[in-house]
Design a protein around this ligand. Structure first.
Ligand code: AMP
Length: 113
């Protein structure tokens, strides 16, 4: 738990969220400002600031983030239509410095790439 980390506070239950999945390692919750019909975030409970800070000890949990993202996407009805985004660093658009995987699903119009 990092002080002043909004996602650590969500994980701790100090800030409410719409949870879609939770276990000892992982939390998935709806993005508060959805950019697609289905938009949720999957985070490791361990505080890691950004993808570039992932270490070897985190390999298992980061693989689980990907797998649970797929599971929740299926539950949300977008099993075969979602994109996965990790922002890394402020210049890339990262605003919350607790590593998180965006799942953006169910969007019909083409994406920029
Ligand atoms: P990023 O730009 O990759 O750091 O994305 C951070 C994401 O967190 C944005 O899509 C925000 O809409 C989302 N977000 C920020 N605060 C909350 C919150 N309290 N609950 C859910 N999502 C949030």
């Amino acid at each position: 738990m990092m002080d002043d980390c909004i996602f650590c506070k969500i994980i701790a239950g100090e800030i409410p969220s719409e949870k879609l999945y939770e276990d000892d390692d992982i939390l998935a919750f709806k993005d508060i400002a959805p950019q697609a019909p289905v938009h949720f975030l999957v985070v490791p409970k361990k505080h890691i600031s950004m993808p570039a800070d992932v270490e070897e000890v985190d390999d298992l949990v980061m693989g689980k983030v990907l797998r649970i993202g797929a599971q929740v996407a299926k539950e949300q009805g977008v099993a075969d239509n979602y994109r996965v985004i990790f922002n890394n660093g402020a210049k890339s658009g990262q605003v919350v410095f607790h590593v998180h995987m965006h799942i953006l699903g169910g969007k019909d119009k083409p994406w920029p790439m």
